[in-house]
Design a protein around this ligand. Structure first.
Ligand code: ADP
Ligand code: MG
Length: 754
């Protein structure tokens, strides 16, 4: 159909973006917000896109300044969110309409257009009997066919009296064809003197959303009437060179095309709109990227990070692990060598899938810091994870003579104060911990570094140096679990420390560039050698019996361990029919897995309690761990090779991927079961889960997540609003985003660091 084709044209350019597809199916009787908050990772972003705004010179933006718009209309428009003139122009047509103007009758008969304007002569007038419900009809002969014009509910006969056979009419309106007969209901009509000469063509007309109480013609008229003033006021905000290099059109031209302020042909419309969209999306992305490039410079200019250039022990450490490093790891080491040895503080985000080997990269940096006399804060979001990092790293660090310690919320008071005084005295090189690391009383060794010289950007500064002291390196694991402010608080405890943020939730590049523009990326895509793929399957409850037998066998006969993951802690949380940890564990213990030691882990337990359970699972006393998503981050138990995820349709792909990453950590073949309830699994969810079964690459999955769920949900519920661009679409316009980023960085940083 012609109209629906037209309406698809501007879908993404509409000022009221089409709502994202529903992501989780609605749960009966439950508000969805708490679920989202519960389900999603919260990613804290560093820049939020400012809504696209026109850059304007001197102009009265009041709606009342538009010729023909009075107070009442202006008020109505404002009620609809069209606050001023610029908002009016950023309110884009809902669709475009093709109007056949003065086409010969045979063309109309053949093409059956939906809108026409034509000239014709009245053949016959049929007035209804007084007070009848019949319409008033005119039969109009127009270049070869006869059209029937109909008007219903005319009050009085003044209208009908205007017309008589032989008169010429200029009419315009929607047309319907029924058995070849063209009919027009309530067309606009004007009596003309004679059969004036006409030219046949197709006119393109924008169609705007019709709001209650605002006549359809108001917006188009207002736009036409105010265009000259606005056009004169529009300021070209992009540097000329960028406009030229990228072959962009001007903003004024873009708006002119969008609102069809100059006649265009139907065929030229689509390319014109594409070009307009390109310009507006680019500008939107560019504005954000410019801010980010500026922040990027701010955080590096005139900074004097400790120069960490001694590396003998760190290199020794790399050799001592016996690992065969992947090429991604090798390039990460190289970046660290280079950037830690510079006065310009490093700001890096390592994105690497679960199990890609990020920890060794972080430790390499920490050892470099230590041997240069700088302290490292190694922060993880949970007690479990911080403890695990500490336990794992301690043996390595000890042999290298690097002092480490652990500080969490559950560190006892006396232990804590002893630890803090050792830290302040510079006796601790690497402090692992949770949020406890940025509490006020945590003070690193004296930061008596001299004030920063006003340095040119990225110039190497040669100064005679004391050995570094104090906090010189901040490592944040699972960095998206922390707020920007929290990270900043920790960083403020040192003097321009280097930063290494890590995340195992790979987000698509476009998203990372849109929201984490002040960090440079290190991507670790390749997995360490020798990983056995995880077999992932979907099962339904009716086949569960067999599954449980199989699990029992692997647990009892091969000493393997299993995770059961549930979306809820307890039944009282609602979500009828969804399993919860507490009941799930009871069910397993009393039924299919009776006799096997089972533990329970969830976020409502006290930290010490959680640690104890985790510990017992890690050392194999517990064979089965029933848990919520608290096991999601970083937890590593080698013998755990089995995972059953209940209600997987409630989780996003990235989160499922995180969960699955808990198994497959050894050379044994691991197994992940998605336990579905078919009656609750929508088609969308099924599709998502199928993608999960087929893909083991976190980067790939996050791309699919981005496409299916949109950036808001991928970034986390809290960020949903933040993630909206007015015109840009991170999926569709990824290439434009890259261009905008490159252009912004070139402008701010020069060509060097793009
Ligand atoms: P993540 O990126 O999820 O933090 P880890 O750093 O925990 O991954 O690494 C997962 C496991 O792989 C760890 O046991 C780690 O010691 C090991 N590992 C890291 N790099 C290599 C490598 N190049 N070869 C073999 N094993 C490695
Ligand atoms: Mg890790």
């Amino acid at each position: 159909m012609k109209l629906s084709m037209a309406s698809s044209i501007l879908m993404a350019a509409s000022s009221h973006p089409e709502p994202r597809r529903a992501n989780f199916e609605p749960f009966t009787g439950r508000p969805s917000a708490p679920i989202h908050a519960f389900m999603s990772d919260e990613i804290h972003t560093y820049g939020a896109p400012a809504r696209f705004q026109l850059k304007l010179g001197e102009i009265d933006l009041k709606l009342e300044s538009i010729p023909g718009v009075g107070k009442t209309t202006a008020n109505k428009l404002r009620e609809k969110g069209i606050e001023d003139l610029s908002e009016l122009f950023l309110t884009f047509p809902r669709k475009y309409r093709k109007i056949y103007e003065y086409a010969p009758g045979y063309v109309l008969a053949e093409e059956q257009p939906e809108f026409v304007r034509c000239i014709g002569v009245i053949e016959r007038v049929k007035a209804p009997a007084p007070r009848s419900r019949q319409p008033f009809e005119i039969y109009l002969q127009t270049r070869g066919i006869t059209l029937k014009l109909l008007w219903f509910n005319l009050k009085g006969d003044w209208f009908a009296k205007k017309f008589s056979p032989g008169m010429w009419l200029d009419i315009e309106g929607a047309i319907e064809f029924e058995k070849g007969q063209g009919k027009m209901f309530h067309p606009n009509v004007e009596v003309v003197a004679e059969n004036i000469p006409y030219e046949t063509h197709i006119r393109v007309e924008p169609v705007y959303t019709v709001y209650d109480g605002i006549k359809e013609s108001v917006i188009p008229k207002a736009i036409r009437a105010s265009w000259p003033a606005l056009q004169a006021a529009i300021v070209e905000s992009l540097p000329e060179k960028i406009v030229r290099d990228l072959d962009l059109i001007s903003v004024a031209e873009a708006l002119e095309k969008v609102h069809v302020l100059k006649p265009t042909t139907w065929d030229a419309l689509q390319p014109a709109l594409d070009k307009s969209r390109e310009r507006l999306v680019f500008e939107e992305f560019f504005g954000l990227q410019l801010t980010m490039a500026q922040q990027y410079v701010e955080s590096r200019r005139a900074a004097s990070a400790p120069i960490l250039e001694r590396r003998a022990r760190a290199e020794e450490f790399l050799k001592s692990t016996g690992f065969d490093y992947t090429s991604d790891q090798t390039s990460a080491f190289e970046i660290l060598r280079r950037e830690l040895a510079s006065r310009v503080p490093m700001r890096r985000m390592v994105q690497g899938d679960v199990g890609s080997g990020k920890t060794v990269v972080a430790l390499f940096a920490a050892v470099i810091a230590a041997e240069n006399g700088a302290q490292t804060a190694f922060m993880a979001p949970t007690d479990v994870l911080a403890t695990q990092h500490y336990n794992r790293s301690k043996a390595w660090l000890d042999t290298l003579g690097v002092e480490s310690a652990l500080l969490t919320g559950s560190t006892g008071t006396s232990e804590r104060s002893a630890l803090l005084s050792r830290l302040a005295a510079g006796e601790i090189d690497v402090l692992f911990g949770t949020h406890a690391l940025f509490s006020k009383d945590v003070v690193y060794a004296g930061n008596q570094a001299e004030p920063a010289p006003q340095a040119g950007l990225f110039e190497a500064i040669q100064t005679t140096r004391e050995p570094a002291t104090g906090l010189g390196l901040v490592i944040v694991d699972e960095q998206h679990k922390f707020g920007v402010e929290q990270r900043a608080e920790l960083m403020a405890k040192g003097k321009d420390p280097h930063l290494l943020a890590m995340t195992a939730t790979p987000i698509p590049r476009s998203l990372a560039h849109a929201y984490f523009g002040d960090l440079d990326l290190i991507i670790i895509r390749e997995k360490p050698p020798g990983r056995v793929p995880i077999k992932t399957v979907m099962r339904t409850r009716d086949t569960a019996e067999k599954l449980f037998e199989y699990l029992r066998e692997r647990i009892e006969e091969h000493g393997e361990q299993a995770y059961f993951v549930y979306p809820l802690v307890e039944a009282s949380e609602g979500l009828a029919g969804r399993m919860n940890v507490v009941e799930g564990a009871e069910y397993l213990a009393n039924g299919p897995l009776s006799g096997i030691p089972i533990g329970v882990l969830h976020g409502r337990m006290a930290a010490a309690e959680k640690d104890a359970v985790m510990q017992r699972f890690a050392n194999g006393q517990l064979k089965v761990l029933c848990s919520t998503t608290v096991i999601e981050v970083g937890v590593d138990v080698g013998a755990a090779t089995l995972m059953v995820i209940e209600s997987p349709d409630l989780f996003g792909l990235s989160q499922l991927h995180q969960l699955r990453g808990r198994v497959g950590r050894s050379s044994a073949r691991s197994f992940c079961v998605l336990m579905l309830d078919p009656s609750r699994t929508s088609e969308d969810a099924h599709e998502r889960l199928q993608a999960f079964v087929e893909n083991e690459d976190g980067f790939k999955l996050s791309e699919i997540d981005l496409i299916q769920r949109g950036p808001g949900l991928l970034l986390g519920a809290r960020q949903a609003g933040v993630a909206e661009f007015r015109f840009g679409d991170l999926v569709r316009d990824a290439a434009l985003l890259d261009q905008a980023r490159a252009a912004a960085r070139r402008l701010i940083l020069g060509d060097a660091r793009v």
